[in-house]
Design a binder for this molecule. Structure first.
Ligand SMILES: C[S@@+](CC[C@H](N)C(=O)[O-])C[C@H]1O[C@@H](n2cnc3c(N)ncnc32)[C@H](O)[C@@H]1O
Length: 263
């Protein structure tokens, strides 16, 4: 499944390391993951640890379980024998996917080492690595499915790695996602624009909306806010308003898109 991130030759995975014919060698971390991110490959390190902790605190209470169940329903309809969760963060959905699909070989990667470390500690039977979305350490045509939940996408790389007729499942925030939360922090609401993928050989075969409401109290309101990009972008005044909000009903609204690889 893996290929060497330096020379693209197949990697042989051993208990404590992975190596290729050119003798590029990658040690396995104690928690079981590989770090395939090359030095100088990128200065970007992914989500900040504060964001990662907020996400783990919030998701561990299963507020987004309806979404995880929806994702698993779609996955089950495609019967993949291999799946990569791209930009998996600390592995909330990756864990849920493996639990529901125990015979599927599940892989997960993220550019944040802190997030992958947390994910790998939780599940030894998921193949985790640190990698950028722009240079995937997987062989051509090697995965039946890729899931991308709220994470960056490299359309060319995903197309390369998907097997023939492979499925890419993309979950993104709907422009109306968490509007009630934003209304607490901001005086003026700006809705982002949704853009579908544009790769000519990733065909959009299904698109739907999915939503549910959540009745929240503290500290979950603050955790939810801090796990979104707004946690960093908001002025102190807005953050205080979030922290002082005692209870709030929010609408979580998503766009679920299924793409199929065309040759
Ligand atoms: C909003 S979080 C979503 C995490 C997870 N999919 C979830 O829904 O819980 C986006 C993730 O993408 C990762 N990320 C950002 N840029 C990346 C890149 N260039 N390559 C790989 N992962 C990246 C971040 O570190 C972060 O964990």
């Amino acid at each position: 499944m893996y290929r060497c991130p330096i020379c693209n030759q197949p990697l042989t995975v051993l208990e404590k390391s992975a190596l290729c014919v050119s003798k590029h060698n990658f040690d396995r971390a104690k928690s079981g993951y590989f770090n395939f991110l090359l030095k100088n490959q990128t200065i970007f390190r992914g989500d900040h640890p504060t964001q990662i902790d907020a996400r783990r605190n919030f998701l561990s209470k299963d507020f987004y379980l309806p979404l995880a169940n929806q994702v698993n329903e779609i996955i089950a309809s495609h019967h993949p024998s291999s799946l990569i969760d791209a930009g998996c963060g600390e592995g909330y959905y990756t864990h849920a996917i493996k639990k529901e699909n125990p015979t599927c070989q599940v892989y997960g990667f993220d550019i944040s080492k802190e997030a992958v470390e947390k994910a790998a500690k939780q599940d030894r039977d998921i193949h985790y690595c640190v990698s950028s979305v722009n240079r995937l350490p997987y062989r051509n045509n090697s995965s039946d499915m890729i899931t991308s939940l709220f994470a960056p996408i490299d359309e060319e790389e995903f197309h390369r790695v998907l097997s023939e007729s492979g499925i890419l499942l993309v979950i993104s925030a709907h422009p109306e996602h968490l509007l009630e939360l934003k209304a607490v922090a901001y005086d003026t609401l700006v809705r982002h624009e949704h853009k579908s993928l544009s790769h000519s050989k990733l065909k959009l075969v299904d698109q739907k909306e999915f939503s549910f409401t959540l009745d929240l109290v503290q500290p979950d309101i603050t955790h939810l806010f801090n796990m979104t990009p707004y946690g960093f972008r908001t002025a102190p005044k807005g953050k205080v308003r979030i922290e002082e909000k005692e209870n709030l009903t929010v609408t979580a609204k998503f766009i679920i898109e299924t793409y199929q690889k065309q040759i």
